[in-house]
Structure formats: structure tokens, C-alpha cells
Design a protein around this ligand. Structure first.
Ligand SMILES: C[C@H](O)[C@H](O)[C@H]1CNC2=NC(N)=NC(=O)C2=N1
Length: 102
């Protein structure tokens, strides 16, 4: 998986395919709302397992009924790379099973 920084246009093109995700400074971010705090914690555990699988570990924050991700690539100097979008797509794919919404 390439870890070169993506251009602004490459980033925006990929974000257009990921509703709910947006650019916040030098990271791509999304916040999910869950039906309960325990459901939110379960989503955190699931995302953490995917992060280990991909060896790509974003900030992952448990709030009250919420889970927030802020993703960039440390090894690319904090830039946004294709690895960030791979993680975002994987999280999008698993979120519906947790009834995670915007
Ligand atoms: C040694 C290991 O491959 C690196 O530390 C990985 C682990 N997880 C990571 N996560 C993120 N977000 N960026 C990285 O550059 C990164 N590098």
C-alpha cells in the first residue's frame, strides 16, 4: 500500500466517495452516533481490530454514544495517504452492523 502523500484533489476525490467523512486540517475525520454507550464501545473495539489488521492506527475517541476517528499517516510526516482511505473504507463497511450513523 502506497504511503506517499495524496494531493488535495486526490484527497477530495476520495472523500467524495465517502459520505460523512471530511477533511479537518491534515486529517480525514468522521464521527458516528450509536444507540447506546456500550454500542459505541463495541464499535471502538471492532475498529481497533481493523487498525491492528491494517497496521494503521488512527486517533479513535469514545464519547457519550459517539465514536470519532481522525486519520493521517505518521510515517508520511502526518500527511493523508491511501492507507488512511483504506482504513476509512473498512470502517464504513463495518459501521452499519453496529447501527452507527451520522
Ligand atoms: C511500525 C509500524 O508499521 C508503524 O508504526 C505504523 C503503525 N500504525 C500507523 N498508524 C498511522 N496512522 N500511521 C502510521 O504511519 C503508522 N505506522
Amino acid at each position: 500500500m502506497a504511503t506517499e502523500p495524496l494531493s488535495r484533489k486526490e484527497t477530495e476525490d476520495r472523500l467524495a466517495e465517502l459520505p460523512g467523512w471530511s477533511l479537518d486540517g491534515d486529517r480525514i475525520t468522521r464521527k458516528y452516533t450509536l444507540p447506546s454507550h456500550v454500542a459505541a464501545a463495541a464499535l471502538v473495539a471492532h475498529v481497533a481490530a481493523v487498525q491492528d489488521e491494517l497496521n494503521h492506527h488512527s486517533d479513535l475517541t469514545l464519547g457519550y454514544n459517539t465514536v470519532a476517528l481522525a486519520v493521517h499517516t505518521h510515517s508520511a510526516g502526518g500527511a493523508i495517504t491511501e492507507k488512511d482511505f483504506e482504513l476509512a473504507r473498512r470502517v464504513e463497511a463495518l459501521a452499519p452492523a453496529h447501527t452507527a450513523g451520522s
